[in-house]
Write a protein that binds this ligand. Structure first.
Ligand code: MV4
Length: 437
């Protein structure tokens, strides 16, 4: 829904492909729905009855006689069962195979696949941990602190840091029950906890013929509660040599799991070392950062790959030029612990000018529904250098006026004026430190 639906409609329009958008009654009347060739209501506001309701979505797809479904991100985007249902109904699911979604969605299996491909992973358990005894053995071997992670994890749920045997025993139980409640899967695995890493990911594109290229990296270390706030490419925190090694590793992993479509390979970087952590089998919110530095339209590439086309670029044809930064603008109140601030946008002035891109479905008079996540849009800039990109982002944020709801724009302006950020000197600890200091 929202900005990503609009993004996909735009890609289709440029390719001469007709689009059908589905929406809930909470999104009825939104302007972006008019830009699709057809719009079909699939249910009421609560997403369990609309954007997560497979029978409703498949019925809409059948009625409109579509060739393919683009799942966007969130909702059913990485749901292997949904991909299977699409396939069973002769509808192309725009994403990797059902088997690949399952395999990489199991984080312990993805980790094993990386290890088998010779890609460094954080020291930890071999596959899921069966019981408390095995957990203790692994923790004593790799040394505390350790991080318990959910095999079906995502968004940081089911993650626990433990500093000793006793906390490990407590946290195992609570991580398992949180994972069971969130994912219907209580299995967990263990890694050595890295205290202060950067989160750096690589975009890959792979076709059904087995060709894989990577499109460079994105630094996503500026996060709060596992929600990314700022993303940039290239990362200011790695050397060209490390970047080349990580990019090769990302492509190699894609190849080894038989990936096709657009995907992301996530790494943690600590000092001069990098470690694979997971694969995201979807287009991500921050994909536009890569589009701005490579000039490649990732949504159009996804559609071409789904249609069976061969990649029209080799790795040596991919050139990263300049620097791009994205900030996520959320309808949240930074002064009230980021509580969502849905409601009517009474004034809306969008930034523009050289090197600015705004991906948003919002406008003046738009009412942000309370049912979904609080992202209003993504503001991106591109410039020749990182320094110029930061200046440009400061300027664009100054132009952006949203009234009627609280937004994270003041926080984003603060980040863009921060000295450590300006030096590229930040890790996953950056935002919490900024907010508590
Ligand atoms: C880690 C880690 C440190 N050590 N793994 C966060 C979500 C998921 N994608 C992986 N994540 C992490 N995995 C090891 N072995 C640090 C993170 C991490 C993080 C952890 C706690 C609080 C905030 C975080 C922000 C980014 C990454």
């Amino acid at each position: 829904r929202g900005e990503i639906a609009l993004r996909i409609i735009r890609a289709c329009r440029e390719m001469g492909i007709e689009s059908v958008v589905v929406y809930s009654t909470a999104d009825a009347g939104a302007a972006y729905l008019d830009l699709a060739d057809e719009a079909i209501c699939i249910g009421p506001g609560p997403s369990a009855k609309s954007y997560l309701a497979m029978p409703s979505i498949i019925s809409a797809a059948e009625i409109a006689n579509v060739d393919a479904v683009h799942p966007g991100y969130g909702f059913l985007a990485e749901n292997a069962h949904f991909a299977e249902v699409c396939r069973a109904n002769n509808i192309e699911f725009i994403g990797p195979d059902v088997e690949t979604i399952r395999r990489v969605g199991d984080k312990a299996q993805a980790r094993d696949a990386a290890k088998a491909a010779g890609i460094p992973v954080v020291e930890g358990s071999a596959g899921p941990v069966e019981d408390d005894d095995e957990a203790l053995q692994v923790a004593r071997k790799v040394g505390y602190p350790v991080l318990i992670k959910a095999v079906s994890g995502g968004g940081g749920r089911g993650m626990r840091i433990s500093n000793n045997d006793i906390s490990l025993m407590h946290n195992l139980a609570s991580a398992r029950s949180e994972a069971e409640a969130a994912f219907g899967d209580s299995s967990i695995y263990i890694e050595k906890y890295l205290a202060d890493p950067r989160h750096i990911e690589f975009q890959i594109l792979a076709d059904r013929q087995g060709n894989v290229v990577h499109l460079g990296d994105r630094d996503c270390s500026v996060q709060r509660r596992h929600q990314k706030v700022v993303e940039e490419s290239p990362s200011p925190g790695i050397t060209p040599d490390l970047r080349r090694k990580m990019g090769n590793a990302a492509s190699k992993l894609g190849k080894s799991v038989g990936y096709h479509g657009a995907g992301t390979v996530e790494f943690l970087v600590q000092g001069r070392k990098f470690y694979f952590i997971e694969v995201n089998a979807r287009i991500q919110v921050e994909h536009c950062v890569t589009e701005l530095v490579t000039g490649i339209d990732l949504i159009q590439e996804q559609i071409r790959i789904a249609a069976g086309e061969t990649l029209n670029r080799k790795q040596s044809d991919v050139k990263v030029k300049g620097h791009a930064i994205e900030v996520r603008v959320n309808a949240e109140d930074p002064d009230r612990d980021f509580t969502p601030s849905p409601g009517l946008i009474t004034r809306y002035e969008a930034p523009g000018g050289p090197g600015v891109r705004l991906d948003s479905h919002a406008q003046g008079g738009y009412r942000i529904p309370p049912h979904y996540d609080s992202m209003i849009g993504k503001l991106l800039v591109r410039a020749d250098t990182r320094e110029a990109a930061i200046s440009r982002m400061q300027r664009a944020l100054d132009e952006y006026r949203i009234e009627g709801v609280k937004t994270t724009i003041p926080l984003l302006r603060r980040i863009m004026r921060d000295g450590d950020f300006a030096r590229g000197d930040y890790s996953t600890k950056f935002l919490d430190a900024l907010l508590s200091g």
